[in-house]
Design a protein around this ligand. Sequence first.
Ligand code: AMP
Length: 418
Amino acid sequence: MLYRRVAGTKDILPEEVCFWQKIEEASRRIFSLYNYLEIRAPLIEEEPLFNRSLGPSSEIVQKQMFLMKNKDETYVLRPEGTASIVRAYVENHLDKALGFAKFYYLGPMFRLERPQKGRLRQFHHIGCEAIGSYDPDVDVEIISLAGNLLKGFSISGYVIKLNSLGCARDKKELSSILHKGLKDKLSKLCEDCQKRFKANALRILDCKNETCQEVVRELDIKDSYLCPDCLKHFNQVKEGLDSLKIKYTVAPYLVRGLDYYTRTVFEITHKDLGAQDALGAGGRYDNLVKELGGPDVGAMGFAFGVERLLLVQGACLVGRQARCEVQGKSLTYLISLGQEAEREGIKILENLRKNGIACDTDYESKSLKGAMRRANDLNARFVLILGEDELKKNVVTVKDMTSGEQKEVTQQELLKEL
Ligand code: AMP
C-alpha cells in the first residue's frame, strides 16, 4: 500500500454513509422544530480566536490545535464550532439583523489527539448555539433539544449531567476555594493537576484520576461559590427540566475545560462508550460574545460527536434493522450488448436521467449473465436489455425485477413503462 490515511482520520465508506445521512436528516428536522437556522462557518480560522475563547490553558489550545503557518499569520483547523459561530455572528452583525438567534451546524472538527476508540483527529460535530439571551428557559430548551435529538437518533440509555459554574466572579471564587483547599495537598494530586493548580485550578475538578477526585471531594464544595443570581438561574433551569420531566443528575464537579463557559454546563454520557464516554456536551458562555467584539448578551450551545453517536447507535440498533441500503430500490440498470448498442445506450441513459429516472449501466463489458448479476447486486428495480435484435426492431427489453416479467417496448414507450 503506497498511501494510508492520516492516523485518527476515517474514510466514511458508502455502506456507512447512509447512517450519517439518517443522523443528519433527523438533526435538520428536529433543529427546524425548534426554529434553529443552519450556519456554515469556514474550517480554518485565525489562531487568536481560539486562544482567546477557549483560554490559553485549555487542553485544546495547549496540545490539540492543528496549526498552519503562512508568512506572519497562523491559521488553525477549527477544533470546535462555538468560537467560529460567535465570530460569524459578530462579524456579520447578526445581532442587528436577527437579534436573538438560533443556529445549528454540522461538520468536521480537528484536534491533534492521541487516536483511540471514540477519539479521532478529524471528527464531526452536530451542534447548536442560541445567542442573545440570559433566560434560563433557553438552557431548558437546549437540554430538551439535546434529548429529543438523541430520541430522533434512536439512542437511549444516556445520562444528562448538569452543573453551574456561576458567573465570572463565581468562577474566581471557586478557583480561590480550590487554591485554599488544595495548597497543602498538592503532592497528592497527579502531575497534570499540579500544573492545573497554577494555570487553571477549575480543571482539577474534572480530572479523571481517582486520587485527585478523592482529594477534591474532601473539600465538599457543592454550590457554595454561586452568587444569589447564579443560584437562582441554576434553580430555574432545574425547575424547567423537572417540569418537562427531563431526567438529569447534578454533577458538582463537572466544569468542562474551556474558559468561555459560565453558569450552566452539561454533559451527556453513555455507558456503551467506555473511557471516552461523552456523547455530547455544552453550556452557557455569557461573556464570549462581548469578548469577541459583539454586544453584551448571554448565549448557550452544545455539540454531539457524530462518530460517538454512531458507535452507540450501532449498539442500540443491534437486533433491529441495522442494515444500510447503499443503493436505492428505484434503480434502472441498462445492459447494452455490443458497441453499437452501447452508443445507443448512453443516449437512453441521458434521456432517462433528464426525466428523473435513476439509472446506470455496465462499463466493464460484462456478459449478459455477469451484467444481470451486477443488476441484482445493485438491487435494481428494472433491467433494460439492448442487443442487436432490439436495435433492429427499435425496441428495448424491459425486465421487471420484482415480478420477473419481461417485455419489449419502443423507446418512446419506455418512460411510461418505468
Ligand atoms: P467538546 O467540544 O470537547 O465538548 O466535544 C463535544 C463532543 O464531541 C464530545 O462529547 C464527543 O462526543 C465529541 N468529541 C470531542 N472530541 C472528539 C474526538 N477527538 N474524537 C471524536 N469525538 C470527539
